[in-house]
Design a protein around this ligand. Structure first.
Ligand SMILES: [Mn+2]
Length: 344
């Protein structure tokens, strides 16, 4: 039978109407959509009278700390005991902005084993089985837009207040590069219209997210562009790589490299980008593309990760210099495909 998202929305709404405790969980290294979607659901369900918790596998970046009630978020890595108690008490677990338990690292198996009924709200391709209901649409530019749809289709749009709308807008704004990519139809802008009507302060949200960094981060950005960006014109690609030592030199804080992966797109002819950051025991890989080249496939195949066609990530256990060498070889192996997609 064909999947009907509205049918699942009605089913999830009916489930949650019993006011049982709900645990909302989002993915590791949470971004604006992860926190925005999760906190929108958090405020919405609270308003509806549910007991509700929000949880992340690890810390979220400082540029999202302004989100209302973000200090209520249970960070699994920092508070495992509380997290386990909450997982045991929850009757429903709603997985938000990720498609499988592998995206939760150590927290994944605990959730998988939990007795709670599990629901998914997400826009990544090929979600895991094992959810009783899925509010899922890969055409949605952000999970936050699906949260809006959930509230609206549940017949509760009158509960959409400034706080909930602000969280939703944050997710939509960050996952689309301030509405510059991933938008597939006019629905996104109709949703934004409703969020504006709910009283959001668009400029303040933008400032809170994008104009709220330390001067160290600004200098790190300059260093990346000047010293650490490698351009591969024949592959229509450019990448940036940073060692742990370099990040420490610039007083690195979680979230400081957010958005760096998109910077090389400003170069004419560049359609594929990557960012490599050295962590304590692995190298984090972020990849982006414009148009046809599928970075999800590359991250799945070579970097034990995944994501979307135009935005994906993964990791490698190899030393960073080897990772970037390997990356250049991988891209070279797609040379014909790339040159065919982006001939100019
Ligand atoms: Mn997302």
């Amino acid at each position: 039978m064909e999947y009907d998202i509205n049918k699942d929305i009605r089913a999830v709404d009916a489930l949650l109407n019993d006011k049982s405790p709900v645990l909302l969980v989002t993915h590791i290294n949470p971004d604006g959509d992860a926190i925005g979607s999760t906190m929108a659901m958090y405020h919405y369900l609270k308003k509806k009278g549910n007991k509700v918790w929000a949880m992340t596998p690890n810390d979220f970046p400082q540029f999202l700390a302004w989100v209302e009630a973000s200090s209520d978020i249970i960070i699994f890595q920092k508070n495992k005991e509380l997290a386990q108690a909450v997982i045991a008490e929850a009757k429903y677990i709603i997985c938000i902005d990720f498609n499988g338990y592998a995206r939760l690292k150590e927290l994944g198996p605990l959730l998988e084993a939990a007795n709670a009924m599990k629901v998914l709200i997400d826009h990544h391709p090929q979600p895991d089985n094992g959810f009783i209901y899925k509010i899922h649409d890969t055409k949605a530019p952000a999970t936050a837009q699906l949260v809006f749809k959930f509230i609206k289709e549940s017949g509760n749009i009158e509960l959409l207040d400034k706080t909930i709308a602000t969280c939703i807008y944050t997710g939509m704004m960050t996952d689309t590069g301030v509405f510059s990519y991933n938008i597939n139809n006019s629905e996104t802008f109709r949703v934004i219209a409703d969020l504006l009507d709910a009283g959001i302060d668009r400029d303040l949200i933008y400032d809170n997210v994008f104009n709220n960094f330390s001067h160290h981060r600004m200098r790190l950005m300059g260093y990346c562009l000047n010293e650490k960006m490698v351009v591969l014109p024949h592959l229509h690609a450019a990448y940036i790589w940073l060692t742990k030592k370099e990040m420490e030199k610039f007083s690195f804080e979680t979230g400081d490299t957010e958005g760096f992966v998109n910077m090389p797109f400003a170069i004419k002819g560049i359609n594929i980008t990557a960012l490599f950051t050295e962590k304590h025991d692995h190298v984090r890989v972020s990849m982006r593309s414009r148009g046809e080249f599928d970075v999800n496939k590359v991250c799945l195949k070579y970097f034990s990760g995944g994501g979307h066609k135009n935005a994906a990530g993964g990791e490698s256990k190899a030393p960073i210099k080897e990772v970037i060498k390997e990356f250049e070889k991988i891209l070279e192996s797609y040379r014909n495909e790339i040159q065919c997609f982006y001939h100019n």
